[in-house]
Design a protein around this ligand. Structure first.
Ligand code: ADP
Ligand code: MG
Length: 614
């Protein structure tokens, strides 16, 4: 039989690798700049034409290369940065995969000039689509200059995917800004279509940030500087008033490398919880330093993804650092007081308008829903501003009864910047038989089914979570390994995108094992695995009713299983928090199953029953 399997030629292999490493002109710019920085350049000039499509040129004053190295540098897996596996585990350079030059050269026309300090004469190399066409000695400055022309000229599929010049330009300037921020000591000059776009002089980080973001924004940044044995966190946090509607200005650097990490971003957002408007994103520039042996940067060819050895701890440390820094800047109380007053003023009308479109019975009760406590009694010290309760911390238990920390869960649940009744701290509530909550309201009493109420609240929040682009999850310090049936794991697999939005972070292993390393914030600690299984069970149960959409069905199952149960003893804070959120939810009067959440008894009804005439 004829042999059909062949080893790909190096040139073809390089083209394939290029598909991963060099996706667009900006990726080439990034790789070339990284090489210059690794070669200790003090100054960088980047020149592009037509969004980098026709020309990218990078000139550095770094170490340069010897004649021998210059030739080898373009081969695949050629690197001077690592040589053993131990080196790979302890990377301190930006590059290490030995792929960039080979990839770029395979898909462009490249001309490189380079000289080391030791040699009097430099070398020039020309490579065209991966083929060396010229090697010659040439008089040139110390350092390296690389010219990349007509990127993707021989890979039309990729070329056709390129966006307009302005879009590619935007990607390139993003790359240059990031390098500018992580390396303030390096001079950076950027010229696009013969126009000087950036000219950053060597300086300290503070002035560099000013140079990039402008004076006004830079002045509004709060400096972060926290350190422990695992991690050093330095950088800047934007004040809430400078937040954005998109995730644009968020910069995360790990050991000098720009990275993208959902978890850390989430920790930062979480730190801003309650002080940012809904739908806005904080500006931040964070430089993390961690022992390189504790992180793996070899996750993806672009080296922008990393894996941390202690992801959970890092999450917590960053969250704590952000909260601490923000709280020292007086941002939280200020915003809080303002909000409290305006919310208080709006309160009555809000309930009215909320109930205006509902049925007659509810409209009749609109007055009842107004809490009995006069608004003048608003305390500025809302529950939210009482520092930052650790997610699973137990709340103060005024009755000395055991609690499961539900109150803090409820506090966390409170979606930020929703109008809140939270400032009314002391309306009277009682718990009956660990099942019902009695609330005194203006014109009588309300009896609330605690499970149905919490279910209602969760259901509404979850429906909202599904509509969001990002998900919120609470990292577990110790991930749970859960065994599921093959069918259940198949179900989980199907539901992963939805579960992820809910806040479950899970991975499937084999046919029956699920590793759960993050859960929604509402989940009771210690019961994570059980609740997931319960949710799946209820979800399957509902399967008969095929008309219901999966997300709706999942929202229902989740709300039911994650909610406080009948029989859970609640303390005062927990009860109030629940009631406040119930008042805030859109339809307070029925649970997702249609059972009532609240039963109301008006004073006049009581009077009538007792035979009172006034
Ligand atoms: P990597 O950066 O992963 O090592 P590259 O393909 O990007 O792989 O570069 C290959 C090698 O070429 C580098 O290891 C380095 O020795 C050399 N090199 C590339 N660019 C430069 C430069 N601007 N200055 C000095 N040496 C360079
Ligand atoms: Mg490189």
């Amino acid at each position: 039989m004829a042999q059909t399997i062949k080893i790909l030629s190096e040139n073809l292999a390089n083209k394939i690798a290029a598909g991963e490493v060099i996706q667009r002109p900006a990726s080439a710019v990034k790789e070339l700049i990284e090489n210059a920085i690794d070669a200790h350049a003090r100054s960088l000039t980047i020149v592009i034409k037509d969004g980098g499509k026709s020309l990218i040129q990078i000139v550095d004053d770094g170490d340069g290369m010897s004649k021998e190295d210059a030739v080898v540098a373009f081969q695949r897996h050629a690197t001077s940065k690592i040589s053993t596996y131990e080196d790979l585990e302890n990377i301190r350079t930006l590059g290490f995969r030995g792929e960039a030059l080979a990839s770029i050269a395979a898909i462009a026309q490249v001309e490189m000039r380079t000289r080391t300090r030791e040699s009097d004469v430099g070398i020039k190399i020309r490579i065209d689509g991966g083929i060396v066409v010229e090697i010659a000695e040439e008089v040139t400055a110390v350092g390296t200059s690389i010219q990349v022309k007509n990127l993707f000229f021989n890979t039309p599929a990729r070329r056709n995917f390129l966006k307009s010049d302005p879009t590619e330009f935007k990607h390139i300037i993003d790359v240059i800004q990031r390098v500018g921020m992580s390396h303030p000591k390096v001079d950076v000059k950027f010229i696009s279509d013969d126009e000087l776009v950036l000219n950053l002089k060597s300086t300290d980080i503070h002035n560099r940030v000013k140079g990039i973001f402008g004076e006004k924004l830079a002045q509004s940044l709060i400096y972060v500087n926290e350190k422990n044995e695992l991690i050093e966190i330095k950088g800047y946090l934007g004040k809430p008033e400078f937040s954005r509607k998109a995730r644009a200005e968020q910069y995360l650097f790990l050991n000098g490398r720009y990275i993208v990490n959902r978890n850390i971003n989430h920790a930062v957002f979480q730190g801003y919880e309650h002080i940012l408007e809904k739908g806005s994103f904080p500006i931040f520039i964070l430089f993390l330093n961690i022992d390189p042996r504790k992180v793996d940067v070899n996750v993806h060819p672009t080296k922008m993804e990393v894996k941390f050895e202690n992801e959970g701890s890092i999450y917590k440390i960053i969250l704590a650092a952000i909260r601490k820094t923000l709280s020292h800047h007086d941002l939280i109380p200020k915003v809080e007081i303002k909000e409290t007053i305006s919310d208080g003023e709006k309160l009555g009308s809000q309930f009215r308008s909320r109930l205006a479109n509902t049925n007659q019975e509810e409209v009749n009760w609109k007055e009842l829903l107004r809490p009995a406590t006069p608004l003048e009694k608003l305390s500025q010290e809302s529950t939210r501003s009482s520092g930052f309760p650790s997610t699973h911390a137990k709340t103060d238990n005024s009755f000395g009864e055991p609690t499961a920390g539900i109150g803090s869960r409820l506090d966390q649940l409170q979606e930020k910047n929703e109008p809140m009744v939270s400032s009314i701290n002391d309306f009277p509530v009682w718990q009956l038989h660990n099942k019902y909550i009695v609330v005194q309201v203006e014109s009588g009493i309300m009896i609330v089914d605690q499970h149905a109420a919490h279910e209602r609240i969760l259901y509404e929040q979850v429906s909202e979570r599904f509509n969001r682009s990002e998900s919120k999850s609470q990292q577990l310090l110790f991930p749970h390994t859960i065994q599921l049936t093959v069918a259940d794991s198949a179900l989980v697999k199907q539901l992963i995108p939805l579960l992820d939005k809910l806040g479950f972070s899970l991975k499937l292993f084999g046919n029956t094992t699920v590793i759960l390393d993050g859960v929604p914030i509402d989940i009771k600690p210690g019961e994570e695995g059980k609740i997931l299984q319960d949710i799946l069970d209820l979800y399957k149960d509902d399967e008969q009713n095929l008309k219901i959409e999966p997300r709706e069905r999942l929202a229902k199952s989740y709300a039911c299983k994650a909610a406080i149960k009948s029989g859970d003893s609640l303390n005062l804070n927990e009860m109030r928090s629940l009631i406040r959120q119930l008042f805030d939810s859109k339809v307070s009067l029925v649970c997702p199953h249609g059972r009532p959440v609240i039963i109301k008894l008006s004073l006049s009804e009581l009077d009538r029953r007792f035979g009172r005439t006034s």
